[in-house]
Design a protein around this ligand. Structure first.
Ligand code: ZN
Length: 188
């Protein structure tokens, strides 16, 4: 069979903070069609290339409720999850604090408290409704990515001083024409 060029995956430019597109509340997908499936695949390729363990559609400039995650360890086979319209249906009482980063905040990390265990309902790449119960890193990662869909960034959990410091540094890097920032913006 001849490969269809339209199905080839593509790397998408990642939006770096501060940017108003990262603060928008995203629209529901309602149906996972070919366009959304392609978006999910492109987002996964972009995430693996970065490399990262999660990516939300607004980070690539698409204001839709789509996230992808893969928290498999390096020695494990890939375990990608493609999720449209994810919803928290259960949350555990226990909170866990762990260090987080974000592909929209290159080289910045901070400790964030998240629920240790969550139940999530979503539509997968075949538009089937699914429910999963997850904990640990995967639970934190899904909560981080779901936050993006409501314009909430991990720095929003930090003190105003710390958040301001990180955003100022990113703004300065952008003005200095930081190579990572230029690459993300598609500038050679
Ligand atoms: Zn993020």
């Amino acid at each position: 069979m001849t490969p269809r060029i339209a199905d080839a995956m593509a790397l998408l430019p990642i939006i770096i903070a501060p940017d108003p597109r990262l603060k928008a509340v995203c629209e529901p997908v309602s149906e996972v069609d070919g366009t959304i499936r392609k978006l999910m695949d492109d987002m996964l390729e972009t995430m693996y290339f970065a490399p990262g363990i999660g990516l939300a559609a607004p980070q690539v400039g698409v204001p839709k409720r789509v996230i992808v995650v893969d928290c498999a360890r390096q020695e494990e086979p890939p375990a990608p999850l493609r999720m449209a319209d994810p919803e928290l249906i259960r949350v555990g009482d226990e909170e866990v604090c762990r260090e987080e980063g974000c592909l929209s905040f290159p080289e910045h990390f901070a400790e964030v408290d998240r629920r240790g265990r969550i139940g999530v309902r979503y539509r997968d790449e075949t538009d089937s409704e699914r429910e999963i119960e997850v904990e640990g890193l995967l639970a934190a990662c899904i909560q981080h990515e779901m936050d993006h869909l409501d314009g909430i960034l991990f720095v929003d959990y930090l003190s105003k001083i710390k958040r301001g410091m990180i955003l100022r540094k990113l703004g300065k890097a952008r003005r200095a024409g930081d190579p990572a920032e230029r690459a993300a913006a598609g500038v050679p």
